[in-house]
Design a protein around this ligand. Sequence first.
Ligand SMILES: [Zn+2]
Length: 171
Amino acid sequence: MSVRFMIDSIDFVRNAGIHQDKIPVLELARLHDLLFDNEGELRYTISGHFDKNNKPNLHLEIKGKIHLCCQRCLDKLPHIVDLQTILLLVESEAELDQVDEEDTIDAILATPDLDVWSLIEEEIILSLSISSRHPDGACEMYQPESNEDILFDKTQLTNPFAALAAFKNKN
Ligand SMILES: [Zn+2]
C-alpha cells in the first residue's frame, strides 16, 4: 500500500517546501473510469512559493504516460501527461469565489491537510479532452462509426432526390 502525500499547505509555502515523488496510476482511482488500463506511473513535483503579491502559491508539475480509451475503437490510446500548474492558496470560500470570477489563476482553499494525490488526480482529469481518440490514420475503427454518421448515410440512401443527384453527377 502506498501512503498518500498530505501537506499543510500554508506551512509548506512558508517553509519553501519542495517534494518529488512517483504515483502508480493504480492509486489514482478517480482516473480509472477514463483509462484503458491502470499501468504506469506519474512523476510529480510540488513546491511552495510566495508570488510577487506575497500570496502563497503551489507549483505543481506532473509528467508521465497514461492509457486512455479511444472513443472510437475503445482500444488503448497512449497519452502523455505533461502539466504545469500554479495554484493560488486562499483562506476562505469567499476569497475563492472572488478569484474564480477574475479567472486569471486557479485557486484552492488552503487547508492544513491538503491531499496532494487528490489534487493531482483533479488536474489530470481537468486536462483531458472529452473526445480523445486515435488520429484518423492510426485508429482501427476509422470508418463512419458514430451515430451521426450512420444517420447521415441512411438519409442519403432513403432520400430519392439525393439518389437522383448522385445519378446525375455520374453522367
Ligand atoms: Zn481508435
